[in-house]
Design a protein around this ligand. Structure first.
Ligand SMILES: O=C(O)c1ccccc1NCC(=O)[C@H](O)[C@H](O)COP(=O)(O)O
Length: 214
């Protein structure tokens, strides 16, 4: 029997969305610390959400090429349990963040061809999890754009590090994605929203149910 995948609902910025995610028995919430994003949370919002989530769900903080002082402020405010690096952080920078904060580091790697999987291998000793996501167009956000990549590329993945799948996952396609990739972790953001940055409790619930039923 296959084990159920872990689920992360990213871009949580309201108590309603947080409660819906916990009720739906997801494993992690993502708090986006990126001012350009419609899902950005301030330090004060992150602190309130972090308190509300404490002991109930994993709290992943998402950063795009942030410096140590900004990451440190967010870790303390929200009581983060993991750090997701979603910019152009190098292997060395990722290892440095892990050592500096003593938390698991997840590195997003954007995929559009088999060569990108080779790049993912280079992070194996520096991070705790590689999150495969779609490449987004130049000048746009590096994630949360509802774009998928060719999942068949992951057939070539035999990495030594834990991994997850992101990019364009919705309640409608998550079962198919899981059957094709057998991803141990599924991450979604815009696929459970009614508008950019506005989470929908019914879609969160439907996503989690579909992922578990697959
Ligand atoms: O979600 C954002 O707004 C965001 C902004 C900047 C960098 C990354 C961002 N999201 C990262 C995530 O972990 C998303 O869940 C992932 O990219 C999938 O997003 P989606 O395709 O919308 O499901």
């Amino acid at each position: 029997m296959n084990q159920a995948p872990a689920i992360k609902i990213c871009g949580i910025k309201s108590p309603m969305a947080l409660d819906a995610t916990i009720r739906s028995r997801a494993d992690h919430v993502g708090f986006v610390f990126c001012q350009r994003s419609p899902r950005n949370v301030s330090m004060a919002e992150a602190a309130a959400l972090g308190d509300r989530a404490a002991g109930r769900i994993g709290k992943v903080g998402l950063f795009v090429d942030a410096d140590d002082s900004f990451i440190g402020e967010a870790v303390a405010a929200a009581g983060l349990s993991a750090i997701q690096l979603h910019g152009s952080e190098t292997v060395e920078r990722s290892a440095q963040v892990r050592a500096r904060f003593g938390l698991p580091v997840w590195k997003a790697v954007s995929i559009s061809s088999a060569a990108d999987l080779e790049r993912a291998h280079t992070y194996a000793d520096a991070v705790d999890l590689v999150l495969f996501d779609a490449k987004t167009p130049a000048g746009t956000l590096p994630g949360g754009m509802g774009l998928s990549f060719d999942w068949s590329l992951l057939a070539g993945w035999n990495g030594a590090v834990a991994w997850g799948l992101a990019g364009g996952l919705t309640p409608r396609n998550v079962a198919d994605a899981l059957q094709r990739t057998r991803a141990p972790l599924l991450d979604t953001s815009s696929g459970v929203e009614s508008a950019p940055g506005v989470k929908d409790a019914d879609l969160i619930s439907a996503f989690c149910s579909a992922a578990r039923a697959a």
